[in-house]
Design a protein. Structure first.
Length: 291
């Protein structure tokens, strides 16, 4: 099948491994990614400054999807998925917002269409591709691994928006991990925030939050933390050394995207999946997987 893809800003500017792994694994599952005409912002970054501008930018993404003629939009970034989903809901329910945004788009010759599905990586793989198809595609079962999942806040809340999974008891990422033969561990801190939202105003508190969660996971002797959010990856993977300094302990926990883990199950090479770009001790995890 074909799906339009909207990468957002962070994946294309710092979280390259997420893009690399998605481009490698999805074709193996018979999914063709179709690029939008241009790279744009989802609008989330300016929402606190001007709400209408944020809605316009998110709606502009939807207008670019309409140009592809496709009925499925894949948005891998939690923050972008939230921003686009919220604008879709506002335009469907608020005539004034819809009119203003529609007029702005018309100045560019664009037209917004709400008649298609917006998917995140997790629900796309879970529902569209399907667990059975993923299980059938696995070449190297990862049964030696005991892993923890981290969903991130913005694909779970708020529930009225219609999020990717249940806000109190999400299971899709765990089931996707188990589809690869690995064990997914439940733990008390599963829904705790990574701290990313605090980075601009309270960086010390943000890094401490990330470190506290990583410390709890380290105590459980898991082989790694699996996620699907660029903001969360920047906290748990890219800032892990800062986090261990903040809480005064050694963390040393491998952190990777689910699509990277999926690629390992499909027997793709680590460098194809961008694992060499991960800043956490990913070699510790790779060493546990039989060749």
């Amino acid at each position: 099948m074909q799906a339009a893809i909207f990468w957002g800003c962070r994946i294309l500017t710092s979280q390259y491994a997420y893009e690399m792994s998605m481009r490698e694994v999805l074709p193996k599952l018979d999914v063709e990614l179709v690029e939008l005409r241009e790279t744009v912002c989802c609008g989330d970054a300016v929402r606190s400054v001007k709400s209408l501008m944020a809605d316009y930018l998110a709606a502009r993404v939807l207008a670019l999807v309409k140009l592809t003629g496709l009925k499925n939009l894949l948005v891998p970034c939690n923050r972008c998925h939230f921003a686009i989903s919220e604008t879709r809901m506002k335009m469907a329910k608020n005539r004034e917002t819809s009119r203003k945004v529609t007029d702005l788009l018309a100045e560019e010759g664009l037209e917004c269409d709400l008649d298609f599905r917006v998917w995140h990586t997790l629900d796309f793989l879970h529902k569209v591709v399907g667990l059975d198809r993923i299980k059938g595609a696995v070449v190297k079962p990862l049964s030696v691994l005991k892993l923890a999942s981290h969903y991130g806040c913005q694909i779970l809340r708020y529930s009225d928006l219609g999020r990717v999974d249940d806000a109190e008891s999400p299971r899709k990422l765990d089931e996707l991990i188990c589809a690869l033969g690995a064990q997914s561990l439940d733990y008390e801190e599963k829904l705790d925030c990574c701290g990313s939202a605090l980075m601009y105003g309270h960086a010390d508190s943000a890094i401490s939050l990330a470190g506290t969660k990583l410390k709890a996971l380290r105590a459980l002797n898991v082989d790694g933390l699996v996620l699907s959010c660029p903001d969360c990856a920047s906290m748990f993977d890219s800032r892990q050394k800062e986090a261990q300094s903040a809480i005064g302990t050694t963390l040393s926990l491998p952190v990777l995207y689910y699509t990277q883990l999926l690629g390992l199950g499909l027997k793709l090479k680590p460098e194809q999946l961008g694992l060499h770009l991960n800043q956490s001790p990913i070699d510790e995890l790779l060493a546990k997987i039989p060749s």
